[in-house]
Design a protein around this ligand. Structure first.
Ligand code: FES
Length: 157
């Protein structure tokens, strides 16, 4: 089995000799692991000759990079105005209760991450929950929770 460091080394080697590749390398690493494991970031630092501080500084600038493991299913509750007016607070409460997570948390088995998000641009569907990038209207939060728990992948099966 390939270790995190070995896999990170393979990814960096795809970019060897090219300039300005840090973001691409980090994107590939996150694509591989779902986040940026410290072990992989160390490899990037050594291989590209960029300090850890600089790498973390760059990665922190972009909200799309994560430094801790995330769930296989990412559940985002829209908290934009239209969704708020149509009960997203109640939806969030139900999901927190149903999944046993607070917003921003990931389940210990790495099945779910629960987050909130600002308007995702489909206010006509409010209140909206985005499951692994797919927005859906939430008429019945209990049904959404049941589907999530049953499939473990947001009903995308
Ligand atoms: S406010 Fe939720 S989609 Fe616009």
């Amino acid at each position: 089995m390939t270790s995190v460091a070995e896999r990170a080394q393979e990814i960096v080697s795809n970019y060897k000799g090219k300039e300005g590749v840090l973001i691409h390398v980090l994107q590939d690493i996150q694509g591989e692991f779902g986040y940026l494991p410290e072990e992989a970031v160390r490899v990037v630092s050594e291989e590209l000759g960029i300090s850890l501080a600089e790498i973390y500084g760059v990665a922190s600038f972009y909200s799309r990079f994560y430094f801790v493991p995330r769930g296989k299913t990412i559940v985002r509750v829209c908290r934009g105005t239209a969704c708020h007016v149509r009960g997203s607070g109640r939806v969030l409460g139900k999901l927190e209760e149903g999944l046993g997570l607070k917003s921003g948390e990931t389940s210990p088995d790495l099945k779910f991450t629960l987050e909130t998000v600002n308007c995702v641009g489909c206010c006509a569907l409010a209140p909206v929950v985005v499951v692994n990038e797919k927005p859906q209207t939430v008429l019945n939060p209990d049904k959404v929770i049941a589907t999530l728990k049953r499939s473990g992948n947001g009903g995308q099966d």
